[in-house]
Design a protein around this ligand. Structure first.
Ligand code: HEC
Ligand code: HEC
Length: 339
């Protein structure tokens, strides 16, 4: 037989053999098990259907926040570095009225999450499935309750001794500043309606370039695969290409293996060892201070207090959440390499 014919007959033989033994094509795969469905079925609805049993206090939430969230969102959820502020722009009057006045007045420079939030279940669900950005679904159910309680306390919606649970979420919903702010009369909801687009096109002194108000650290961009490929291919927002931005963890020769404290404290959200991310690469830092005196003390101060102006326009927020021993370990690691 000619080679192509041999190949054809082998392939045919395989098909016939497979066909003789395999079940009909309609039974490809199998029904998902109850456990598999439960693992995916985690959404929480506006009427709280799907909310798992659990509870968490503001105090516990503060600890979760400091360890898992503060490095990107700031100690008081006010940071504008990695994402727009989560808290701010709401008042006691808004809690009473159910409408956030600053959304209409426009007197707050940015819309914080809490200003826009109409259903507390959305906040719970989002944190439960997506945060922390660099380790989604790593919080326990009770930690999600706790950290949600902490955010609500920062926004003065619940008191400092509050314990949020599946039993009292509906009561807290009644205090959400923007609970009555959801607009349903636009084309997003009614295809026959008219969109609530009241602005006119800019005709004069228009901005040449649109500046985004927040950005994602390169090190976190890969966390969910390539967003561009996961978004629909129509419409104005296609999703940014986020794949392949993290180089394999190449180490600079001068630096020994990075201490675990870097990832544990969220430093790796903004810093890589071998290249610039939002902040300088640790290899650049070491190279700059090579041979300088008192480096250990210098680095401790910079890590704890943050800084600005040494490496560019972006500031490093103070890292108040980090433990003394971790600061010391990281500073010692950097100082040793710069000796
Ligand atoms: C590595 C950085 C990082 C860490 C750590 C992190 N976040 Fe986020 N967070 C982000 C980014 C980036 C977004 C925006 C994501 C997007 O829009 O797709 C975001 C969005 C959010 C939002 C949604 C805001 C909105 O209005 O849409 C909430 C709520 C939130 N984070 C809470 C938390 C909590 C709670 C933690 C800790 C358990 C946490 N985050 C840890 C980076 C981080
Ligand atoms: C939200 C982003 C962000 C996080 C989180 C962050 N940094 Fe930074 N870091 C920066 C930026 C931006 C700079 C540059 C600041 C400047 O130009 O002065 C910087 C600078 C530094 C420097 C150099 C200081 C100098 O004076 O040269 C060190 C060291 C450092 N960071 C360590 C850390 C450590 C350790 C952590 C974790 C505990 C951390 N950073 C967390 C953004 C961040």
């Amino acid at each position: 037989m000619a080679p192509a014919a041999v190949l054809r007959s082998v392939v045919l033989g395989m098909l016939v053999a497979g066909g003789a033994h395999a079940a009909p094509a309609t039974s490809v795969g199998r029904a998902a098990t109850a456990a598999e469905i439960a693992a995916w079925n985690i959404d929480v609805r506006a009427d709280f259907a799907g909310l798992p049993k659990g509870a968490g206090s503001v105090a516990k939430g503060e600890r979760v926040w400091e360890a898992r969230c503060a490095s990107c969102h700031g100690t008081f959820a006010e940071s504008n570095q990695v994402f727009t502020p989560l808290v701010g722009g709401t008042t006691a009057a808004d809690i009473a009225s159910g409408h956030v006045a600053s959304l209409v007045k426009g007197d707050v420079p940015q819309r914080s999450t809490i200003m826009k939030l109409a259903h507390i279940s959305t906040l719970w669900d989002y944190i439960n499935r997506a945060m922390p950005w660099n380790a989604p679904k790593s919080l326990t159910t009770d930690e999600v309750y706790a950290v949600t309680a902490y955010i609500l306390n920062l926004a003065e919606i619940v008191p400092a001794d509050y314990v949020l649970s599946d039993r009292n979420m509906a009561a807290v919903q009644q205090r959400l500043p923007n609970r009555d702010g959801l607009v349903r009369l636009d084309a997003m909801w009614q295809t026959r309606g008219k969109g609530d687009v009241r602005n006119l096109a800019c005709m004069r002194n228009c901005a040449a370039q649109v500046q985004v108000t927040s950005f994602l650290p390169d090190s976190a961009r890969d966390a969910h695969g390539n967003l561009a490929e996961q978004n629909r291919l129509v419409g104005q927002v296609r999703g940014t290409a986020t794949n392949g931005t993290i180089a394999a963890a190449a180490r600079t020769p001068a630096l020994s293996a990075a201490p675990d404290a870097l990832a544990q404290n969220g430093c790796t959200g903004c810093h890589a060892v071998d290249k610039r991310v939002i902040g300088p690469g640790f290899n650049e830092v070491v190279a700059r201070y090579q041979g300088k005196a008192d480096l250990q003390t210098y680095f401790i101060g910079k890590i704890r207090g943050g800084g600005a102006g040494a490496w560019g326009a972006v500031a490093m927020p103070p890292q108040a959440q980090i433990k003394e021993a971790d600061v010391a370990a990281i500073a010692a690691w950097l100082a040793a390499a710069a000796r």
